[in-house]
Ligand binder design. Structure first.
Ligand code: AHG
Ligand code: MN
Ligand code: MN
Length: 315
């Protein structure tokens, strides 16, 4: 609990909140270290070089200097935290072993700067983090002990869950995260939709789903950044994001380990749902760092409707 200078308002900080939720010392330490690292990431985003790094990642995507820098900032923190054994990042080809002895420690998968190409056009980007207990990173997302994202927008916010509600913190003028919304929940159905991928490559079921959403008056809201797009749906408490299977691209674009599992854990904890069209995202076995899946994520009834359209339309 910190008192705002010049104000009588007491604010709950991230560490205090984690403690109040009964989160272990090690996990509290880990989440606070990641939150701390984000101060350096936002500094890099605001002032860093916008050029390419001259290297490519596991997916053959050109790495930007900012991707590489953000990756290093977070990895270094994770290693120095002393409570992390295995680390996987969207920008690393293999799992990095920080500590051989996994007893009581955590493993972390993260996307250091999701949507990094949007920095160029001054749109919002984010960091996404998934945390497991023990050494195993390749396992279903339902086993996560925590997940969080940090959104670098006009303000910097951090949203986390440890399976006990979803909570938002906003960075104040001292660069501390203080509680801004607690126990965020989603309505059963919404009126915003964020559709990823080329519409002329949609399968008939997805196309019918879009028409259904439009007919019920849903507004299109898509920035091209997974973190701000999900954040909008979550904070408004209503809506659905999807990056579906496309003709010739059955697994869509987004990655299980770095993007889908952590976001699905947050959205489910807020009362929403996440599906690949047939399976719950959090139940999908994860076999590789580069595994991707289609996704329909957001309000429960909207996700169920997507599944219904996909299963009844010809493929
Ligand atoms: P990344 O920048 O980490 O590669 O991920 C970008 C993702 C995500 O932020 C967004 O939802 C999606 O790509 C957008 O893809 P399209 O440009 O194909 O819509
Ligand atoms: Mn990404
Ligand atoms: Mn990325």
């Amino acid at each position: 609990m910190a008192k705002e200078p010049g104000s009588s308002k007491f604010q709950v900080d991230l560490r205090g909140h984690l403690r109040s939720k009964g989160v272990s010392n090690n996990l509290t330490h880990l989440i606070c270290e990641i939150a701390d690292a984000s101060k350096y990431v936002i500094n890099a985003v605001r002032t860093g070089d916008l050029g390419v790094a001259g290297t490519s990642n596991l997916y053959g995507e050109e790495q930007l200097a900012l991707d590489v820098l953000s990756d290093r900032i977070i990895r270094k923190r994770l290693i120095h935290s002393g409570v992390v054994c295995n680390i996987a990042s969207e920008e690393m080809e293999t799992i990095y072993q920080a500590k051989a002895n996994a007893g009581g420690l955590y493993s972390v998968a993260y996307d250091p700067l999701d949507g990094s190409s949007l920095v160029d056009v001054n749109l919002a980007v984010g960091t996404i983090v998934s945390i497991f207990q023990g050494p195993e990173l390749l396992q279903p997302g339902r086993n996560q002990v925590a997940s969080l994202y940090i959104l670098y927008g006009p303000r910097v916010s951090l949203v986390y869950t440890v399976g006990d509600g979803v909570h938002e913190f906003t960075m104040n003028h001292l660069m501390e995260f203080t509680l801004s919304r607690e126990n965020i929940t989603m309505a059963p159905s919404g009126d915003i939709y964020s559709p990823g991928g080329l519409r002329n490559k949609y399968l008939p079921g997805v196309e019918q789903y879009v028409q259904y959403l439009e007919a019920k008056g849903a507004k299109l809201r898509y920035s091209g950044g997974f973190v701000p797009d999900i954040n909008q749906i979550l904070m408004k408490g209503k809506g659905v994001f999807f990056y579906p299977m496309l003709q010739g691209v059955p697994n869509g674009k987004l990655r299980m380990l770095f993007e889908l599992n952590p976001m699905a854990f947050i959205i489910e904890n807020a009362g929403g749902a996440a599906s690949d069209g047939t399976r719950r995202i959090l139940d999908i076995p994860v076999e590789g760092l580069d595994q991707r899946a289609p996704v329909f994520i957001g309000c429960k009834e909207d996700v169920a409707k997507a599944v219904e359209f996909l299963n009844s339309a010809p493929t």
